[in-house]
Each structure stands twice: as structure tokens, then as C-alpha cells.
Design a protein around this ligand. Structure first.
Ligand code: SF4
Length: 705
């Protein structure tokens, strides 16, 4: 038998056909009908069936009565009654803001929706944030500041239409492989198409580029501003588009007046002529588009990185047309779905803003509750800081591994240890976060649950359940709703039974769709039946529509009060931490081709270690020589926050003075924590996304006993 679903790894959102016998998953192949991949899968997607092994899964709820005790197996009733009791006690004694949910872009949209509704609609706090905060919240803020709404305007089919693709802060060859295959196809079909890659490292993507700009970490704004300077100087801007469809250009023009290619070349560490070439290719191309990812987002000025890049599209009028526009890729499979339901501490359902009283009233009316609290919730880093200070007493984590993935891990682990009651809802019981859980709840995962996901190009896919979940594992939405119905009466909110009495995920999707009526992402024309009949669809898809919309802003109108897009004058800061004598190397982080996130899934597939088989720090040969290091030596990597031991590997992909470690590796025989023992928690003021991409370190030979 074959069941349609999507790959649960990256934001490309490839369609898969799960092969199974009704009890066990036996294989997987790409769905030839899915518009994201047309049957192709990368190494990770094509080995998914090897991750579906019950013996690697969490099968039963486990609970401990007090900290320090071992957890014991319990039934679902005891598990969820205890959770409801403990959360109710905290809420009564310390208030609603003393509890929090920390969820994940791995969850399906229906799961995200009920978590969000439970915290904001029933409990009465906005303390629900997600690991998507670490991945794309700067892109959200940049889109909203410039285009007026969190809506990537492009489609994958634009890769085949563009004459110039500028990839900045992304390595799609590894991180979004099937999207990159489409870029390669486009270049092969039209050799005149220009590919420009901005990345401190000569990645696999950069190696295929017509022009690689190996800028110093954190200097992207200077580069984009200098490109705009050239576009202005050489008359390559679209003055009619700027006049009719934008606001704020005069201020930005003044700002970039002094940022010439020569000035930016000094700051960015690249040739001024290469900046001019990039600007000319962009400006002279009939159709140009940009593609960005974590390299821009994970920065203390990630929002303005995005805004400065978007300004290139607006200044040249290259938006809303085939092969044009600023395109942010999401790292996770359903980060976009989480954004749609407002599953972040500062958002509300259907791209509404928490700070807008009308939006709060609309959502309260839709949910049938008196109000939605005004006070913004705690974002990821703030949340764990608050827990460290004792202000968060009960935390519910779902489908993510903060003890591996958040920056400044020692502090995160201290925070988890100090929290009175930690619930972890997970498919796998052996993550770095699991030891901190007082209650462990087994969740269904890929192939075992039904719902929807939205990929990077706004395309919603109905994913289906192929087999029953193993042991006592349950679907995430089902666990949340059961907990909500038990919690409600304990906190004086019997309406929980009505609010969370869904018959199944389809009913949740239908309610979510109704919240989008009249909004920019209106999907009132979608249902599971429509998605099954027509296939995956891009939003918006309002009632009466016959198909989704591939491209936004074709009419030059933007979802702002006056219909015009905005130019933003960026704050041209550098990285939060500077190299110095004690910490002279600039460490960047990124992805491997064959691993994904914290490896709780890919780490279980032997063949995915064939590409890179262990954690290592890549250093330029000069830096290796300076330290007397040989390939394969064990080295101690120290930052101001912690240290880890890794093997050193010489690399010609990076410049002297820089280092690279893949983000995936967690605790191992040599280390109690992974790469994020070194990273820092400083974050962007608008998006609150931390600067996971950069830290300064020292590397020295490890003399282990
Ligand atoms: Fe999965 Fe992404 Fe690979 Fe597609 S490109 S198969 S979504 S990991």
C-alpha cells in the first residue's frame, strides 16, 4: 500500500509516498504528482523509512514524582491528570504567565493551532513560542516591515523563470537539496542565467555560482547597501515603481549614498569590482530574485539583513512578476504553518498582531472567549532566561530539543533543571532534553498522524496516516486537547470541553481556515477534500477560488495601510562578538548534506554517516599550521561560554581566521553538550532571533588523558 504525505525534514516540503503493509513502513519514494519535487527526493528524504522503527521510539508515558527520582511508566490518565494538576497549581499560585509552551516547526498545523489556542485562549497568557524563532523569525519581521505581511511572494517555479538569482546566507545544495536541483536545472536550461552566492564559506552552492562573494560574517547589510548604491549611480533602479508602489526611498537613498563598493569592500572583505558586478547583473537582468535563509536570519540584525535584501527587489521593481521577488526559505517542514496560526509569542491566528486591539478582539470572538491577553509572550531565549530566574514554573515542550538547539546551552540546562515541572511530548525518548523531563509523553510522528503542512512557497499539503503509532503514542493535537479538557475545570474554565472537543484534525483545520477569512492568507476555500481532489495548494485560496496563487503582489499593491511597500533604513551593525587575542577565530555554523537538526531522526540511519561520520571543526590550512595541527587531531574549542572537544579538519572552503562546525552534533562521548555550548544568546531587537551563526572561539590541541 502507498499513502501520501510529505517529507518531515526541510522547508522544501517534498511530497512522498509511504510504502507500508498497514502495520509497518517498508519504503518511501517521491510523489511524482507533488508540485514541490515531482518525484525527486534527496538522501535524507529517500531514507525516511529507516527512521520508522518502533524500537527507537518512546512508547509509554513516564512520570516522576519528585526531581532526582527515576521516571516510572504510567497510564495516559495519570500522566495528563498530573500535568493538569501541576499546571493548575502554578497558574493559581503564580498566574498564567508562570507557565509556557515551547513547541516546534515539526508539528503539523493542526497541532500548532491547538497549542496556540490553549495558551492564548484558555490559559490566558501568550507564552507560546517555538524553535521556529531560531530559524526564520527575522524573515517574518523583515517581510512585515517592508511588504506589510509575512508572505513570501515567490514560488519554486520562479527559479526556472529568473535571469539572476542572488542566494544570500543559505546553502540550498545541502539545506534544501530538491529546491537546489531545480536551480541547477534552470541554469542548465538557460546558461545565461546568473547565480550569485553570498556566503563566508565556499559551500557546495557557492562552488556552482557565477560569482561568489565570500563576505566576512555579519557584513551582509553593507554589501546589499553598496549594491543599491551602484544601482542608483548607474541608473538601474525603477523610478516609476518606486514612486507608485513604495514609501521611504529618499531616506534609504541618503543612507546608501556614502556606502560605495569601495567602502563596503573594506567592511565585507570582498573586491569592490565584484560588488559592482553583482549589482549590474541584478539591475540589468530582466528578472531577478533573491533567496535567503539562516545566514541572514540568525543574526543580531537579522531583520535588517532581510529588509536590505528586499530593498533590492523593491528598488528595481522586480517583485510580483515571474522570476522575481525576495524569497525566504524556511528551515523546518512546517515553520510556515506555525506562522499561519500565530504560533509565536508575538503573533495571533492568521497573521494577526498581538499588539492590535482589533485583532485580539477578532480572535477572542472566533474562539468564543472574553479576551486574548495583550501582554506579549516570552520568545525562545527570553523564555529560558525567565525560567533560569524562576519566573517560569511549568514548561511544556513539544517535538523539539532545546537542550541541544538553543544558544548558550549551559544556561539553558540550568534553566531546565530549575523548572518545577517540565513536560516533554516527543517521538524519541533519548534526546538531550529528555533527562530534564518530569513527564515524558509519547507522540506519534511521520507516517502515523494526519494533518497539514505548509512549505516555503506557501503550499499546503494534506499529510496522511499510513500506520498506527507504536505503543501508546498519540497524535500531538489529541494529547493537547485531552490535556486542555482536564485543565479547564481546574482553573475555572469549563468551556475547555467546548473549545477542545474536536472530532479529529479535519475539524481543527476547518476552524483554522475560518480564522483566515478576509486575511492575506485566506484559505476559506480549502478543506481536506479540496486538497485531496486538487492536490497541494498555495495560499491564498479564498472561498470560490479554483486554485491557489503562485505569486503575490502582481498588481503592485501591498498589504499596508496605503497599499505601498516600505523601504527600511537598516542599522548597519556587525556581529555581537568580535574576534580578539583570546578568541581569534570567527566560528560560523551550518548544515551537513545528510543530517538534519539535532539528528534525533537522521542520526538513526547508518548510511547518512557516509558523507560526514563525526563532529569536526573545519579550519583553514594556515590556521591549522599555526597551531601545529594535523587533519584528524582532537582539539579543544573554547568560547566565552563553554568548550567542546572535536576533531580538526583542514578545509579550503573557509578563509584564515574563520572556523566552521555543523549545527547537528549534540552530546557525545567527548562532550556533554554540542556546538551550542559555544554560541551566544544575543538576539535581533525586532525578531528576537539569536545570533546562532557567529561566535568567536579559540582552538588548541586537546591533550586528553
Ligand atoms: Fe525532504 Fe527537504 Fe530532501 Fe525534500 S529536499 S526530500 S523536503 S529533506
Amino acid at each position: 500500500m502507498e499513502t501520501k504525505a510529505t517529507c518531515p525534514y526541510c522547508g522544501v516540503g517534498c511530497g512522498v509516498l509511504i510504502e507500508h503493509d498497514g502495520a509497518r513502513i517498508t519504503g518511501v519514494r517521491g510523489d511524482p504528482e507533488h508540485p514541490a519535487n515531482f518525484g525527486r527526493l534527496c538522501t535524507k528524504g529517500s531514507t525516511l523509512h529507516f527512521t520508522a522503527r518502533p524500537e527507537t521510539r518512546l512508547l509509554h508515558p513516564e512520570l516522576r514524582a519528585t526531581k532526582g527520582e527515576a521516571r516510572r511508566r504510567v497510564g495516559w490518565d495519570e500522566a495528563l491528570d498530573t500535568a493538569a494538576q501541576r499546571f493548575a497549581e502554578v497558574i493559581k499560585e503564580h498566574g498564567s504567565d508562570a507557565v509556557a509552551f515551547y513547541i516546534s516547526g515539526q508539528l503539523l498545523t493542526e497541532d500548532y493551532y491547538v497549542f496556540n489556542k490553549l495558551m492564548k485562549g484558555l490559559i490566558g497568557s501568550n507564552n507560546v513560542d517555538t524553535n521556529s524563532r531560531l530559524c526564520m523569525s527575522s524573515a517574518v519581521a523583515a517581510y512585515k516591515q517592508t511588504l506589510g505581511a509575512d508572505a513570501p511572494p515567490c514560488s519554486y517555479e520562479d527559479f526556472a523563470e529568473t535571469d539572476c538569482l542572488l542566494v544570500a546566507g543559505g546553502n540550498p545544495s545541502y539545506a534544501h537539496p530538491i529546491a537546489f536541483r531545480r536551480i541547477e536545472d534552470a541554469k542548465a536550461a538557460r546558461p545565461d542565467m546568473k547565480l550569485i552566492v553570498v556566503d563566508p564559506r565556499r559551500t557546495d552552492t557557492a562552488a556552482t555560482a557565477d560569482l561568489h562573494l565570500p563576505i566576512l560574517p555579519g557584513t551582509d547589510i553593507w554589501l546589499f547597501n553598496a549594491m543599491l548604491n551602484v544601482l542608483l549611480w548607474e541608473g538601474l533602479v525603477d523610478t516609476a515603481f518606486i514612486r507608485e508602489h513604495t514609501e521611504g526611498f529618499d531616506a534609504l537613498r541618503e543612507h546608501v549614498r556614502e556606502i560605495t563598493p569601495a567602502v563596503a569592500a573594506e567592511v565585507c572583505g570582498v573586491k569592490a569590482d565584484d560588488i559592482r558586478t553583482a549589482a549590474r547583473w541584478w539591475g540589468e537582468a530582466p528578472r531577478a530574485m533573491s533567496l535567503w535563509c539562516q545566514g541572514l536570519n540568525q543574526s543580531t540584525h537579522g531583520t535588517h539583513n532581510g529588509a536590505a535584501l528586499i530593498a533590492l527587489s523593491l528598488a528595481t521593481g522586480k517583485i510580483g512578476k515571474p522570476g522575481c521577488g525576495p524569497f525566504s526559505m524556511t528551515g523546518q517542514p512546517n515553520a510556515m504553518g506555525g506562522r499561519e496560526v500565530g504560533g509565536l509569542a508575538n503573533l495571533l491566528s492568521a497573521h494577526r498582531d498581538l499588539s492590535n486591539p482589533e485583532h485580539r478582539a477578532e480572535v477572542a470572538r472566533l474562539w468564543g472567549v472574553p479576551d486574548v491577553p495583550e501582554k506579549p509572550g516570552l520568545t525562545a531565549v527570553e523564555l529560558f532566561d525567565a525560567m533560569h530566574e524562576g519566573r517560569i514554573k511549568a514548561l511544556w515542550i513539544a517535538c523539539t530539543n532545546p537542550a541541544q538547539s538553543l544558544p548558550e546551552l549551559e544556561r539553558v540546562r540550568e534553566a531546565l533543571a530549575r523548572c518545577d515541572f517540565v513536560v516533554l511530548q516527543e517521538a524519541y525518548g533519548n534526546t538531550e532534553t529528555a533527562p530534564f523531563a518530569d513527564l515524558l509523553l509519547p507522540a506519534a510522528t511521520w507516517g502515523e498522524k494526519e494533518g497539514t503542512v505548509t512549505n516555503s512557497e506557501r503550499r499546503i499539503t494534506h499529510v496522511n496516516r499510513a500506520i498506527p503509532a507504536p505503543g501508546e503514542a498519540r497524535a500531538d493535537w489529541d494529547i493537547v486537547c485531552d490535556f486542555a479538557r482536564r485543565l479547564g475545570p481546574l482553573i475555572g474554565k469549563p468551556e475547555a470541553a467546548r473549545m477542545f472537543g474536536y472530532a479529529g484534525p479535519e475539524a481543527i483545520f476547518a476552524e483554522h481556515a475560518q480564522t483566515t477569512r478576509g486575511r492575506d492568507l485566506d484559505i476559506t476555500g480549502l478543506s481536506y477534500a479540496v486538497l485531496d481532489g486538487k492536490g497541494p495548494q498555495q495560499w491564498p485560496f479564498p472561498e470560490g477560488a479554483s486554485e491557489g496563487r503562485a505569486r503575490l503582489y502582481a498588481d503592485g499593491r501591498f498589504p499596508t495601510a496605503d497599499g505601498k511597500a516600505r523601504f527600511v533604513v537598516p542599522t548597519a551593525k556587525l556581529t555581537a562578538e568580535r574576534a580578539d587575542a583570546r578568541y581569534p577565530l570567527r566560528l560560523t555554523t551550518g548544515r551537513l548534506r545528510d543530517q538534519w537538526h539535532g539528528m534525533s531522526r537522521t542520526g538513526k540511519v547508518a548510511r547518512l554517516y557516509n558523507h560526514v561520520d563525526e563532529a569536526r571543526i573545519e579550519l583553514n590550512a594556515d590556521d591549522m599550521h599555526l597551531r601545529g595541527l594535523e587533519d584528524g587531531d582532537l582539539v579543544r574549542v573554547k568560547s566565552r561560554r563553554g568548550e567542546i572537544v572535536l576533531r580538526a579538519a583542514a578545509s579550503n572552503e573557509i578563509r584564515s581566521g574563520q572556523a566552521f562546525v555543523a549545527m547537528h552534533w549534540g552530546a557525545n562521548a567527548l562532550n556533554s553538550a554540542g556546538i551550542n555550548a559555544l554560541t551566544l544568546r544575543e538576539f535581533d531587537p525586532y525578531s528576537k532571533q539569536p545570533e546562532l551563526k557567529h561566535a568567536t572561539v579559540q582552538v588548541e590541541k586537546a591533550n586528553l588523558p
